[in-house]
Every structure is written in structure tokens, then in C-alpha cells.
Ligand binder design. Sequence first.
Ligand SMILES: [Zn+2]
Length: 447
Amino acid sequence: MTKRVEAVQAEMKQCWNLTETFSRRALEEFQSQRLGALVRYLEQRNPYHQKRFRKAGLEAKNFRGLADLHRLPFSEKKHMQQALETTLPLLPNRDLLRWHQTSGTSGTPTRFPDSRRDWIAYSDLAASALFAMGVRREDTALAAFSYGPHIAFWSYLSGLDRIGTTVVAAGGLTSEARMGLLVDYKVTVLLGTPSYALHLAAIAPSMGVDLAKDCQIRLIVTTAEPNPPELKQKLRKCWGAAVYDRLGSTETGGIAFECPENPNLYHLQENYLIAEILDEDDQLVHPGEDGELIINTLIRRSMPLVRLRTGDIVRRSRSEGCPCGRSFLSLQSTQNGAIVRRMDDMRKVRGVLLSPSEIGKIVQEQPGIGEQYQAIIHTCDNSDEITLRVEPLPNTSPARSQKIKRELERKFYQRLLLRFNIEVLEYGSLPRVADKAQKIIDQRLGK
Ligand SMILES: [Zn+2]
């Protein structure tokens, strides 16, 4: 066996796909060719993008790949349904393998078709991230998600299948039943949201399960919710397992994974996509700076993403390169997780930019109250006011409610430099909404 073959085999033990070992130059050449192919395909086959390219004065025959990336028109999530309606009649049903949809938090859900070819590539992308985080064929995994329309569960399942990992089916079960499966099947890898992993750990003692003795979980892969370093630490402590996070959405699919060799650094999977992090003037940010994440998928043909503005503000890592050898662009985790904040949900109150996730985080940390809340921004004597309604847990005494009110007022002022009027209502009196953006009601004129 030649030394070169041995070297490639050694690399393959660490990487799922050899493109992960490309130098920056080789990777950019690879992306450039794929982007050119995507533009040619869209010009020929996709009326929605054809029209947009024409408007931008762009022709596939003159397109120079990455060097011309900036010439491609931006797209936004709100236009995706329109893109689909234009394209769908041209997609033969016999070629489609999957439909998924978003949760529809900002109105009608957006639906996403994937062809057989798309889905195979997609599974490869999921396998690549899972493999990098340490999942192997010898593992037994449990994906603690429901049989939902979002892409996360399905892409993980397909990714695990590609690796050959044994999967314990666990959809539609109670947490207690899932905990039973974790113990019985000696599950080694748990996939789920960070809050659910925490919840499972919390119910273990009441079931007589000692996580250290009865459970074999060695790795937890989290997704779908922010998992800041503090929360990861908590999970590591409860489970005695490694905890790595993955970033993605139903629109974009999986896009980045946390590197075990450099925790809190998320590698964007640039061998399957092209990512840009842009400032307010749409210029690339420098290392260490924050900007909006823009995504182009290189593998999806049924629902291609061309410079999709995700609305997610992320932080570009300070350093280039990683001990793992990947030359991918990376995101630095912040105290809010991989996404620093959302652009569109921000509200400005008395000059302070407020994000629903920041409010949600403080509410979540406060003992003695439920997770529901409602923040109402209104005008009083020409000044903006913010009132936050929360619910105490059942059977909370009036004295305890008063204490919660004082504690929350102090915390909000300390953390956000804004005075919040806190109202502690009765348990069960607030509407049950899952989307953080719907928990903020802006009653100011013109909002
Ligand atoms: Zn790395």
C-alpha cells in the first residue's frame, strides 16, 4: 500500500467526506464549480430564478463561480413559497422523495420538496456532521423528536442510516418510556433539543435511574434551540457525556456543527453550501465580527437556496483553521449560542434593542415561574413602556409572587438596562404559544 493511500485512509477515519480535508484553495475551487453548475441548472430549469437572474443582468455562460457570487440576487424566507409555486409544476412527482415544512411562526408554513438526489446528498450532509461529532457505526442512537414535519428528525435519521448506527425508534413516546429505552438498549448517543435532554436528566431520579450507573450515553447532539456554553456545561454535568450542538433550520437544513477539537466553534459545512457573513452594507465581516448569515445550498435542486438571507446574526470566528484540519469558515458560540440574535424580531425600546430570545432566557432562568410570558410594549406619556406578564407555578403564595416580581424587575434592569413592569398573574391565565416572537406584543403606534 502506498504512503498516499495510507494517508487518505487515516484521514477518512476522521472525516466522512474527503472534501472535508481540502485546503482552503481547493475547497473554494470545488465551491466555485458547484455554484456554476447550480446557476446553469437554474437558468435552464427554474422559471423563478430565471426571471431574477435576467433582472440582475446575469447569464450562466458568463458566470465566473465564486468570483461572481456577489452578483447573485438575495432571496428572503418570505419569497420561498412564491418560488415553490412557480417551480412546483415542473417537478415530476415521481422524482420527489420528501416534503417538509416550517412551523409557520410568521404566518403560513413554507413547504419544501426534496428529490431523491437532493435527499441522498442531504443525508450525506447530516452523516458528515454526525461523524465529525463522533457518531460511529458501533453506536446505538435515540433521536428524541416527534414524527414532525420539520426536517431535523428526518435528516438525522437518514444521516444515522448512512453511517450505519443502530437506531432505537422513539417517536411519540412519553419521556418516561424514552428513558426506559435509553437504559434497556444501552443507548450511547442521544439526539434532541437541549431543553429536552435536560428534562430527561431531571426525571431520571424519580424513575430510580442513576444516569452515571444505569445509562451508557457518551455523546449528546443537540439542535433546534440555542445551546449556549453554560447550558452545554450543565448537560455535560448531568449526563457525564460529551455535548455538541448543530445549527440548521427547515429552510436551510443542517448548516454547521460544533467541532469536538475546538468546542464552541461551529464549522459551516462549506463542502455542501456557500456561506457569507455580511454587515449592514452587505460587505463580508472580518474575523470576530457579527453579521447576517447568508446561505447558498450547492446540493439542493428541488428547492434551491440562492443567497438566502437567514435573518440570523452570527459571529465569525476570530481564528482561521482548526486542529481538526478542516478549512471551513466557522462561527463562534456566544452566550446566546451559535446565533447571536435574530434580525427581524428585534424591538427598539427607549433606544435599547430587545430580542425575544433575551427576554425568554431571563424568564427561563427565574425559579418559581412557568415558561409562558407576554411582553407588551406600549406608550405612556410619550414614553415607551414595557410590561412583562408571567405566571407563577401552581399554589404560589402572594408573598412569593411579590418576591418573584421584585427579582425579575432587578434582573431585567441589570441585564438589559431597561425598567420592566412585571405583572405576576395567576397560573394558566396566559395564552400558550410556542413561538418567542408571538410573546412580544408591540402596541405602539406605527408598529
Ligand atoms: Zn475543527
